[in-house]
Design a protein around this ligand. Structure first.
Ligand code: NAD
Length: 320
């Protein structure tokens, strides 16, 4: 019987599907520093973003056939070394898009009405300073009619755009690998399925015209941040930015400068340059709504991911 280690856990649906297919699935968390000592007990390793599947982990592996990243980015796996060791690497790119897109709007709604701040202030000061806080947070903005700049128009970018269209926002998208894309609103109860053509624009045009920018591009270790001092300088005054992609996509020092100078009004961050250690200045900043890399972490998203993981393993690993 082939053995699977789901080191960062796996939702019950996927675990059941694997067990029904005859695999043995362990969900005990092996600490990073001990993983290399146990790697030869398993044929398949499932990870989310916490476990790093680096050279050290794979070096002594003789048995491991497949590493599956339950999620999108495979930046926590040393792909080149896995190839050298003849370990196949797979991910589950389909399942989390909607969850991430909804988190983008959690940040947008929160920031546009200062909810992130009033949730920090009300428990401590709401009793004594209700009217003061009411005045302070009474200058919010509506999203309808505003322009959302979507940078990276793949799976998550398109889901984000679909929600934005539903809210009555205008979309300006940039993706160097396409000229246009067709959004299909197949979650709506209409026949035929409504569709909308979205034309791509140059990056500079999007950042100069968007009221809010949402980033959905891939990122690899060593890449320069796509959003830096120069990018912030070219944005609309008072714009907002959300990063639910990867930490390195925004230069965090440049972001703090842009927020402190008032050039941009707020930011929503789910991901950080040096996770899990996050700059104090970001965590405590009044103009930043923060979440601890939970984009894909909804019950529905994790259920879908676990089934996609199980299918990948069943397709790729002969269990005999
Ligand atoms: P995807 O591959 O479907 O889409 C990425 C898009 O970015 C592609 O269409 C690609 O053409 C485009 N792109 C590449 N380089 C670009 C550039 N320089 N400028 C503009 N566009 C560019 O990927 P996805 O599933 O939509 O994921 C997008 C990002 O979201 C990834 O970084 C992924 O790691 C991240 N993500 C985060 C979470 C989270 O928990 N916060 C969860 C899942 C995915």
């Amino acid at each position: 019987m082939k053995k699977i280690l789901a080191n960062d856990g796996i939702a019950e649906d996927g675990k059941r599907m694997l067990e029904q297919a005859g695999f043995e699935v362990s969900t005990s968390k092996i600490p990073q520093e001990h993983l290399k000592d146990h790697i030869n007990e398993y044929d398949v390793l499932i990870v989310r973003s916490a476990t790093k599947v680096n050279r050290d982990v794979m070096e002594n592996s003789k048995r491991m056939q497949l590493v599956v990243r339950a999620g999108v980015g495979v930046d926590n796996i040393d792909i080149a070394y896995a190839k050298e060791k003849e370990i196949e690497v797979a991910n589950t790119p389909q399942s989390s898009s909607l969850s991430v897109a909804e988190l983008v709007f959690s940040h947008l709604f929160s920031m546009s009405r200062f909810l992130h701040l009033s949730n920090r202030q009300m428990p401590q000061n709401g009793k004594e300073k209700f009217n003061e806080l009411k005045k302070k947070y009474s200058d919010g903005v509506e999203l309808r009619g505003k322009t959302l700049g979507v940078i990276g128009f793949g799976r998550i970018g398109q889901e984000t755009a679909k929600i934005a269209v539903g809210l009555g926002m205008k979309i300006m998208a940039h993706d160097p690998f396409m000229t246009q894309a067709k959004l299909r609103f197949d979650h709506l109860p209409f026949t035929p399925t409504p569709t909308l053509e979205i034309k791509m624009h140059p990056f500079e045009e999007v950042i100069a015209n968007a009221d809010f920018i949402s980033l959905h591009v891939p990122f690899k270790e060593g890449m320069a941040p796509m959003v830096n001092d120069d990018t912030f300088a070219k944005m609309k005054n008072g714009a907002g930015i959300v990063n639910c992609a990867r930490g390195g996509v925004i230069d965090e020092e440049a972001l703090i400068r842009a927020l402190d100078s008032g050039k941009i009004a707020f930011a929503g961050l789910d991901v950080f340059e040096s996770e899990p250690k996050v700059r104090e200045a970001l965590l405590n900043h009044d103009k930043i709504s923060v979440s601890p890399h939970i984009g894909a972490s909804t019950r529905e998203g994790q259920d879908r991911i676990s089934l996609e993981v199980a299918q990948v393993i069943i397709d790729k690993v002969k269990n005999n």
